[in-house]
Design a protein. Structure first.
Length: 178
């Protein structure tokens, strides 16, 4: 659900900067702790699996990569969708959209003049409900050294998970020049 403009919650990105492996998101939405961890074991096979854990070791989503680096299927709380549905083309080259499980559409939009930064907006337009931005150097934060920050203006666990998955894929796609 949307929140008042003054309600902004910080979720810090710690661990590795790789959006597929070793990246940990830690923060709070109100009094609720947020913990998501992306793990992709390095195994010599043509199939690669990224598992997303919530609150420790509780798996909540996964990405099945084909040929190691090509998008395959995503499983989000038991629902299977093509990973490409999390990074569908938007209205212009700076935007990619995804449809949440509840049918709402959202877009991650690159922020002009801020390399590696993205705004999350409702698909029908309107103000940003979250911003992801990277730090130029690791920063000391309440959760320890962090390399990026997601500032949210919403309190919706399902949307947070789906937005984090779409953001991870956007970051991966953009870092690999696709």
């Amino acid at each position: 659900m949307p929140l008042a403009a003054e309600d902004v919650f910080d979720i810090f990105f710690t661990g590795a900067t790789d959006p597929r492996h070793g990246c940990v998101m830690i923060g709070w939405i109100g009094q609720k702790p947020v913990y998501l961890e992306f793990e992709t074991p390095a195994i010599a096979t043509s199939e690669t699996l990224t598992t997303v854990y919530r609150n420790g070791r509780q798996p909540v989503a996964s990405f099945e990569w084909t040929m190691g680096t090509h998008m395959g299927m995503a499983t989000i709380r038991g629902r299977k969708v093509s990973m490409s549905h999390l990074v569908m083309p938007g209205g212009d080259s700076s935007t990619r959209t995804f449809r949440a499980a509840d049918g709402r559409t959202f877009e991650w939009r690159k922020v002009a003049g801020m390399p590696g930064a993205y705004d999350l907006k409702p698909g029908h337009g309107g103000p940003s409900i979250a911003r992801f931005s990277r730090f130029s150097q690791p920063q000391n934060t309440p959760v320890g050294p962090s390399h990026a920050l997601l500032q949210c203006r919403f309190d919706d666990d399902n949307l947070l998970l789906e937005a984090a998955l779409a953001l991870s894929l956007n970051r991966w796609v953009d870092s690999h020049g696709y």
